[in-house]
Write a protein that binds this ligand. Structure first.
Ligand code: 13P
Length: 394
């Protein structure tokens, strides 16, 4: 196949610039000079050491992120799927179930919360944040303010939230958050237009710089939506374009690469494409894209699940960990960690224990996939159900 030959050639070439030397002995960007002609040194960030430590903790072997940062409206969709009203009490009960799961810290290194949960307690009056810290799970916070239409584009959107972000991120730090998340989206069927890609990349870079300045490790998430009938080659092309712009602006904004985490979509065919791709193909395309675009200074790649079934997301992650990677390659799933839990819980107090066990089953499976040791055996039919919804909004 012509495309495999191209891959082989590029893989060989890319190994020269990825390299295998250690960068740990080099000075961190705090001591570098600003780019050409502006010869003022960039002020060292007061949190640089802590950012590196936080990022390393999150990117620790056999662990990944439990994303439960749904806005109240999106959490309402989750609750509605099991017939519950979208009340604060129900959201608290659900988040409490997840965050108090015994043994969770073995597989989960970080959890992204929505603002309500960051300030919330359990029904026994314990801070949700403390439930995480006790299990050596780093608390994180969604800081973007969601998507709105992008005027002048092809029906695309942009992500709000930069205004007042610095004061919010310092408050979140005081509240115990140590990492942040900003999700913007790119739509392949809508173009994507050069304007939408540039806006997405610039917003992510400004957010990342602001978060680092407040001591929060930014998760950089330009989600390339699964929507569309395009093939995997087209996704690869768009993903390469998006990540090249993202890294260009991250560098322009003097973001410390050692103190960020990425949350990419896997490179797959569009959800409505006539053919599905195997985990091996998805791994090959996704890793090719990452090797071409992501410097090895970045500590961790934490994939989103994007509407894949729980089992698909785990199998794909496992396939990506069959070869040594320059970064920790792991998960930051919401839907692909929560689906079986919700279906088991059904909002009934007597099902809490079983639902927590269901969460551990998924967390353990993804932990094994992070280590490249997941076999896919004994999975339930529920875990194999796809969750893609056309035009899904978070
Ligand atoms: P999923 O695509 O895994 O549902 O999560 C996306 C996300 O950004 C949640 O933080």
């Amino acid at each position: 196949m012509a495309s495999s030959a191209t891959f082989a050639k590029l893989d060989a070439a890319s190994s020269t610039w990825i390299g295998h030397q250690s960068f740990s002995s080099l000075p961190l960007p705090s001591s570098r000079l600003a780019p050409s002609r502006v010869s003022l040194p960039i002020r060292a960030g007061q949190y640089t050491d802590e950012l590196l430590k936080t990022a390393k903790t999150i990117a620790s072997p056999g662990r990944g992120i439990l994303a439960i940062d749904e806005s109240n409206a999106t959490c309402g969709k989750r609750l509605d799927s099991i017939g519950l009203d979208n009340t604060e009490t129900n959201r608290q009960a659900y988040r409490q179930l997840l965050l108090t799961t015994p043994g969770l810290g073995q597989y989960i290194s970080g959890s992204i919360l929505f603002e309500e949960t960051l300030y919330q307690t359990t029904t026994d009056g314990k801070k949700m944040v403390d439930c995480l810290v006790e299990q050596n799970i780093v608390p994180g916070i969604k800081v973007d303010k969601g998507l709105v239409p992008l005027p002048g584009s092809n029906n695309e959107s942009w992500c709000q939230g930069l205004d007042g972000l610095a004061s919010r991120t310092s408050e979140y730090y005081k509240q115990g958050a140590r990492f942040a998340k900003w999700r913007t989206v790119v739509s392949i069927p809508c173009g994507p237009s050069a304007l939408a890609v540039k806006e997405a990349a610039w917003g992510l870079a400004r957010y990342a710089a602001i978060s680092q300045d407040s001591g929060l490790v930014p998760i950089v998430e330009p989600e390339i939506l699964l929507d569309g009938d395009h093939g995997i080659e087209r996704t690869l092309e768009v993903a390469e374009k998006v990540w090249s712009e993202v890294f260009f602006y991250l560098a322009e904004n003097n973001v410390v690469f050692e103190g960020i985490l990425l949350k990419p979509s896997m490179v797959t065919p569009g959800a409505e494409h006539k053919e599905r791709a195997s985990p091996e193909t998805i791994a090959k395309y996704t890793l090719t894209m990452l090797r071409r675009r992501v410097p090895p200074a970045v500590p961790g790649i934490m994939f989103l699940s994007g509407g894949q079934s729980e089992v698909e997301a785990t199998l794909n992650l496992n396939a990506m960990n069959q070869v040594p990677n320059p970064w920790h390659v792991s998960f930051s799933y919401a839907r692909a960690l929560q689906n079986s839990v919700l279906k088991t819980w059904k909002g009934q107090p007597e099902n809490v224990e079983a639902a927590q066990k269901a969460l551990l089953v998924r967390a353990k499976a993804n932990s094994l996939a992070q280590l490249g040791k997941y076999t896919g055996e004994d999975e339930s039919d529920e875990a194999k159900k796809g969750m893609f919804v056309k035009g899904y909004t978070y």
